[in-house]
Design a protein around this ligand. Sequence first.
Ligand code: AHR
Length: 519
Amino acid sequence: MKSTKHLLFALFLFASFAFSQSSQVAKNRITINTDQGVHKISKHIYGHFAEHLGRCIYGGIWVGPYSPIPNTRGIRNDVVEALKEIDIPNLRWPGGCFADTYHWKDGIGPAGSRPSIVNVHWGGVTEDNSFGTHEFMDLCEQLGCEAYICGNLGSGTVQEMAEWVEYLTSDAESPMTQLRKENGREDPWKVRFWALGNENWGCGGNMTPGYYADLMRRYSTYCRNLGGNRLLKIACGPSGSDYTWTEVLMENPKNRWMMQGLALHYYTVMDGWGHKGSATQFGEWEWISTLQQTLNMEELIIRHSTIMDRYDPEKRIGLYVDEWGNWFDVEPGTEPGFLYQQNTLRDALVAAVNLNIFNNHCNRVKMANIAQTVNVLQAMILTNEEKMIRTPSYYTFRMFKVHQDATLLPLNLTCENYRFEEKQVASLSASSSLNENGIIHLSLANLDPRKSKAVKCEVRGRKITDVKGEILTAGNMNDHNDFNRGEIVVPKEFTGANIRGGILEIDIPAKSVVVLRIN
Ligand code: AHR
């Protein structure tokens, strides 16, 4: 026993020595601290968002029960299968800006007797309300994910929101539960995540933070925990760097009492001056500019968390980044109000960078929802009638799902900068976790589109013997999956990682996302 201990200690000293020697020359170094894992990476960081916008719900998810496209009670089978494969943990619905115009009672009862409405925010199209509360809850059940419902605080009444909660979650005898039963659902559903409005500083009512805070408290009061259901109420939070909004919401103890989450919205817009640019036609300047913009997410999280820490040091209130992702110009020839954009390798990198940031801040970030699931903005899936393709962003989510509910292993990263013209960013992004089977996962992105990076990684406090991995990359920065060529940006086995002298050596190719499984 004693000699085994000595042997282990000697091995450890040797590994540390080898690392310190090799790290003198290595410009790109990572140390994973296996003894510092404290916080869990909530699986809800890998959440999604489906709004009544363009072809997200109608056509993308919902085709109706009589469609020739294979479906289960009107919901596309191919889309459900694809989303199950990435272990979708939750789905936010019905908006977005749409949520604060949505009156839920329009979307219940026999399909033929539901009123048609005009979607005023998104293209002014008429919707027949065939996808409503029951269909959304059915979708969540088919996906095996949790529902995240955004209530209408902007144009709906308190009573309307309270009744929606009652309709969904109450098991008592009441007019709302009676109505639910008449519409075919005997048992209440479980709904945990409940948003009190969306972007109420903008499309959700153009409110000041103080005015919103008062309304939020009022609506929160009447959204009750019914039967065995427990709501986790998420208040509208800031847009990007609006720190005043966070300060006002957090400083008042009564506000803090009425919410369990604060939402943050930040979209990556190509150059920070409002120019979105094409999703597919871009050069290296647009590449680095987009990545630089997306890296701002970390500063936003740190600064909003600093404010939250002052008032909520025990971190009772989560930061919910419930809208994030790339926002480019719509594809030429498509309806501007539908926000349909293609998705390239650049999107896969943006997804990886953000997911690494969320993982690394999982002590405050409890949920994140990429916008949006199908056919809108940085989508997971694109559909064209009966055809469906998975985007490069989808594959980043598939590769990163190993972090869901794992323990974050804090890491130290030192790396070269990637430069182009007047811009520069850190060339590497990384996060690491330990799952319940003792497996370590390390996710990496090399943002440099021209140079591979040689990385030396010490897994401190653990003897490693085996490494396997997957890589997502492509020949060109703007390669993407489309309906003509099919899927050309897909993960492949990664063979560029080896263990030498107890140190993990990784040769990460230019413009790539890599996830390693380390044992
Ligand atoms: O995701 C598209 C829109 O972006 C959402 O409806 C809104 O909340 C945000 O401004």
